[in-house]
Design a protein around this ligand. Structure first.
Ligand SMILES: *Cc1c(COP(=O)(O)O)cnc(C)c1O
Length: 389
């Protein structure tokens, strides 16, 4: 039986490998604590669950989700209202908003919507591994744009060779950034619009951490930048702000031509999102915004637990970036990322994500996720301190 060549280009999904490793150790009776995966353990707010249950009883909602009025349109309208109020971005819910089965689906459909075989896509290194998979599945070729600590982990557009930029049809970016935690600036957004316009590159601005920011950083949408809507779709998601990763609901917004192309891929792939989940999504957006502040306080407390540990263990000058619920931490002298990840696993039964899994410029770092219960995080910190002393 033939399996497509393009699938062989995709390295095994980072977390699948981790999961296997953890499962094996747990089967051996070891109490493993995973700080590797960004998946909130805290529950989805109750009104959202209640709305799902209520809507699930309505037989109207048992049919294919339609793109009209009640279901899909009401969700798109709620998204447009949220973006107008929160980010001062005006969107036409009819043509500039599309509901997604999570923003990851949006990345995938974006690539399918614009790629011809062999087309070049830019993505950052380090970067979210799913972009690479989406590019390969769409038949494209990724070009890795290095991002470095000394530049605040923002790409330097002048360093991208112009023959590559000319060939590129799309670019994936995400700030607040997974894995580094870096945030973007208005000035950077202007450069991004100029770059996209001068090389005719469609931007997929993946923004699922727009609300997860600390230390006075302001939540941002790329679409608030003049001209951004000419070149970009922005993806967002209810996964992270409302502890809804398992529900699979997100949205694409922005350039109407890109939205309609992505919508065409989507219509011919799935038939939309179960209406009760969309109603629950409306509930989240309209009535559960206070959950975000609540979660930020929880993440901040956990963030400080790890920062205190780092200071105690000798990371004297370490300063975290201001976004996401990840900490991107340089490994101790004498270790590679994988070596230190392995060391922590063997000495402390703590799993962290190796920076090198996000690209070669991720070497020298590990990523810790703050989406574990406080008690487990404290236990992990305790074990790491003991192992390192
Ligand atoms: C978590 C994450 C996503 C996936 O979000 P879903 O809406 O759950 O699909 C997309 N992009 C990045 C960078 C993420 O970290």
């Amino acid at each position: 039986m033939q399996i497509a060549d393009r699938l062989n280009k995709i390295p095994p999904y980072l977390f699948m490998e981790l999961r296997n490793k953890i499962a094996k150790a747990r089967a051996d009776g070891i109490d493993v604590i995973s700080l590797a995966i960004g998946d909130p353990v805290d529950p989805t707010p109750e009104p959202i669950i209640e709305e799902l249950c209520k809507q699930a009883y309505d037989p109207e909602n048992h049919r294919y989700p339609t793109d009209e009025e009640k279901g899909m349109f009401a969700f798109r309208k709620a998204v447009a209202d949220w973006y107008a109020e929160r980010y001062k971005v005006q969107l036409d819910p009819k043509t500039e908003v599309l509901a997604l089965i999570g923003s990851k689906e949006g990345c995938h459909h974006f690539a399918l919507a614009i790629a011809n075989p062999g087309d070049v896509f830019l993505m950052t290194d380090p970067g979210y591994p799913a972009y690479r998979a989406s590019i390969f599945i769409a038949g494209g070729e990724p070009y890795h744009v290095p991002i470095k600590n000394e530049n605040g982990y923002l790409p330097k557009f002048e360093d991208i060779p112009s023959d590559i930029a000319k060939k590129a049809v799309g670019m994936f970016l995400n700030y607040p950034n997974n894995p580094t935690g870096a945030t973007a600036t208005d000035e950077f957004f202007k450069e991004l619009v100029d770059f996209a316009k001068s090389y005719d590159i469609a931007i997929c601005y993946d923004n699922p951490y727009s609300e997860i920011v600390f230390d006075g950083e302001i939540p941002r949408s790329f679409l608030a930048t003049p001209g951004a809507k000419d070149v970009a779709v922005e993806l967002n998601s209810l996964s992270k702000p409302f502890n809804m990763t398992g529900w699979r609901i997100g949205m694409a917004m922005g350039n109407p031509d890109l939205i309609s192309a992505i919508s065409k891929v989507k219509e011919n792939t799935d038939s939309g999102i179960f209406n009760p989940i969309q109603f629950a999504g409306i509930k989240a957006i309209k009535e559960c915004q206070e959950n975000i502040g609540k979660m930020l306080a929880i993440y901040e407390k956990r963030r400080n637990i790890v920062l205190d540990m780092l200071r105690e263990l000798g990371w004297k000058d370490y300063k975290p970036y201001k976004g996401t619920f990840y900490l991107w931490i340089p490994v101790p002298e004498g270790f590679t990322s994988i070596e230190w990840t392995t060391w922590l696993f063997e000495k402390a039964s703590v799993v962290v994500a190796s920076g090198s899994a996000y690209g070669k410029y991720g070497e020298g770092y590990i990523r810790i996720s703050l989406t574990v219960p406080d008690k487990r995080l404290l236990e992990a910190v305790d074990r790491i301190k003991k192992a390192m002393s």
